[in-house]
Design a protein around this ligand. Structure first.
Ligand code: SF4
Length: 332
């Protein structure tokens, strides 16, 4: 059963009071959500390795999809920061990202990656023109710290994540296509928009597919912001419009947006994010994984091969793969 996450938790924006070793041990929302795609990365995650008394791997999640995401996010962030008139911090790629870039160069596919990034940024601009959002916050990192009775940070009950974007959406500023998109989802997801403007959390995805983990991720962000951060943002006047839309069954609900920039035209999916139960199930699974490559929720036939292609755990103990004598990865 998921534990009571409210117990003894306080929220704090990351600052130096947390030791770096503890900070790096706190799992990211994306790592937790990944458990429903493949469980092995959770087994190898440093928080679980440490609990088993093994050395942390400190892998920092370098794979093709995350690298493409990082490279696409950066110009998007610069664009939004330009409007918000804040300085964008320089892009720092991890050692593993740089290693991956070098490998892609060796494989002669680096230009393909940069083409995908450029196309993603073009698609983002199209989305921007369709939705005309009022930007409020970009790249907001939030950490939820849980401490035991002795005041020690418990990484298994703590969580960190970076919300890509929080914006106000004004209905009368939407293009016809965006309006129709919103209408389509309101019908599909049984909600109605309460106000002519609302605030929403938006997550950029550099691919074009919709995954169950996208909804979980937004749900986790909703959980993170709704125990302190949002209230503070309202108190300081940063957020003035409510996040609420109403479910057609009468109750108020919160919805988040996932914008996929992997195609020629942007795809926006709207998710109900106010119900956190599924995320807690994933978090529980993440904290109690098995050394297996399949999650409990996954059929063996679903997309593992594609995910595996650039997975950093393929050469970090994944039981599906091993190194051949020639130093290549092969299927065991
Ligand atoms: S390589 Fe594939 S099977 Fe192995 S851990 Fe990564 S995603 Fe799972």
């Amino acid at each position: 059963m998921p534990y009571n996450h409210k117990h003894n938790i306080k929220y704090k924006k990351y600052d130096k009071w947390i030791a770096k070793e503890i900070w790096t041990l706190i799992p990211r929302v994306t790592e937790v959500c990944g458990v429903i795609t493949c469980m092995f990365p959770a087994w190898q995650n440093d928080v679980n390795r440490t609990a088993r008394g093994e050395e942390p791997l400190n892998i920092q999640g370098a794979n093709y999809a995350s690298l493409r995401g990082t490279l696409t996010h950066y110009p998007i962030q610069e664009f939004i920061d330009g409007i918000l008139e804040v300085e964008t911090e320089p892009l720092e790629l991890s050692a593993n990202d740089n290693k991956l870039l070098a490998n892609l160069k060796k494989m002669d596919v680096l230009d393909d990656l940069y083409d995908e990034v450029a196309s993603g940024v073009d698609t983002f601009i199209k989305w921007w023109e369709m939705y005309n959002p009022i930007p409020l916050v970009s790249e907001q990192e939030i950490v939820m710290i849980s401490q035991d009775e002795n005041g020690r940070v418990d990484p298994t009950k703590s969580l960190k994540g970076t919300m890509d974007f929080i914006a106000e959406i004004h209905i009368d500023e939407l293009s016809k296509t965006a309006y129709q998109e919103l209408k389509y989802y309101s019908k599909k997801e049984d909600f109605e928009i309460l106000n002519d403007k609302f605030t929403t959390i938006i997550d950029w995805k550099s691919g074009k597919d919709a995954w169950k983990s996208h909804q979980l991720q937004l749900t986790a962000y909703d959980m993170l912001v709704n125990d302190g951060w949002w209230e503070e943002a309202e108190r300081t006047g940063l957020i003035t419009q409510p996040p609420l839309m109403r479910s057609l069954y009468g109750f108020e609900a919160r919805y988040g947006m996932c914008v996929k920039t992997g195609g020629k035209r942007p795809l926006t999916t709207i998710y109900d994010v106010g119900e956190h139960k599924d995320f807690f199930l994933a978090w529980d699974l993440f904290n109690n994984p098995e050394a297996t490559t399949y999650s409990q929720t996954q059929k063996k036939s679903t997309g593992l091969k594609r995910i595996c292609m650039f997975c950093e755990y393929r050469n970090n103990g994944c039981p599906l793969f091993s190194w051949s004598k020639q130093g290549e990865i092969q299927l065991t």
